[in-house]
Design a protein around this ligand. Structure first.
Ligand SMILES: C[S@@+](CC[C@H](N)C(=O)[O-])C[C@H]1O[C@@H](n2cnc3c(N)ncnc32)[C@H](O)[C@@H]1O
Length: 237
């Protein structure tokens, strides 16, 4: 990992052995290379071109601050089924070259997960594929703990469409999935592996947006689907 130094500041000195350990324990970049159904095909000029199963999408990503390799700035993206055009007024919209299903599934084979993909009006697809490295990491640890006879409970706050929740449930954890947006979870749940739900290990919670203190009265939890921990915004701090 590269580290920058602030002028005028002296970097804290670590013993050599601790520095070496830190370097070996924290790799520079962990690549999510277990995918077969997903691939980042190209990126540059604030856009990325990705293959999601049978469909190729091009969409904006403000973190892509470099130019496209081997292309003139502003060169057209040629190969795509769906292209998300940003609007000057904010947001944007998809253009499709051929009719795409409203949603489809892709597989993450290392963990035997089937995940639903849906191009949303706000350019998301419902999945952050780079998160697979985290799913791999905690799934191995959950499975090891279960083999050792321990129970594992996972509280997934800001859980979004639930890929991590389902991966954890599949590995053997009891999971409580919490998100403010019910819409984030519902389409996901129809499409993902239902292993967690079948085993009763996966619980969903819709937690309304927590407002800053004093802004407005905090809304209470409106929905209780499966009866596990009683989570209210106030209890989460
Ligand atoms: C970027 S997504 C998280 C993605 C997730 N880490 C993953 O890898 O799939 C952020 C999520 O946080 C939820 N969220 C934002 N503010 C929230 C709040 N105050 N309370 C609960 N959920 C919130 C949003 O609905 C959204 O689903």
């Amino acid at each position: 990992m590269t580290t920058g130094s602030t002028p005028g500041r002296t970097a804290p000195s670590l013993p050599r052995t601790r520095m070496a350990a830190a370097q070996t324990e924290r790799p520079e970049l962990i690549v999510a290379d277990g995918w077969r159904d997903y691939a980042l095909l190209d990126c540059g000029d604030g856009m990325k071109q990705e293959r999601w199963g049978p469909h190729t999408l091009v969409r904006p990503d403000p973190q892509i601050i470099w130019p496209r390799h081997g292309r003139e700035p502003g060169a057209a993206w040629e190969t795509w089924d769906g292209f998300y055009h940003r609007s000057d007024k904010g947001g944007g919209q998809w253009e499709f070259r051929r009719p795409l299903p409203e949603s489809w599934t892709i597989r993450y084979e290392p963990l035997d997960l089937t995940l639903k993909i849906r191009p949303t009006s706000f350019k998301h697809t419902g999945l952050f594929p780079e998160q697979a490295v985290n799913w791999d990491w905690f799934s191995a640890r959950i499975a090891a703990a279960r083999r050792a006879g321990r129970e594992v409970h996972v509280l997934n706050l800001f859980g979004y469409t639930g890929a991590a929740s389902v991966a954890a449930a599949k590995a053997g954890a009891a999971v409580c999935h919490v998100d403010a947006a019910e819409g984030e979870m519902v389409p996901r749940e129809r499409g993902v592996e239902r292993a967690g739900r079948r085993s009763g290990a996966l619980h969903r919670r819709r937690l309304p947006q927590v407002r800053p203190p004093g802004a407005e009265a905090r809304p209470a939890l409106r929905r209780r689907d499966h009866g596990s921990a009683d989570l209210r915004p106030g209890q989460l701090g």
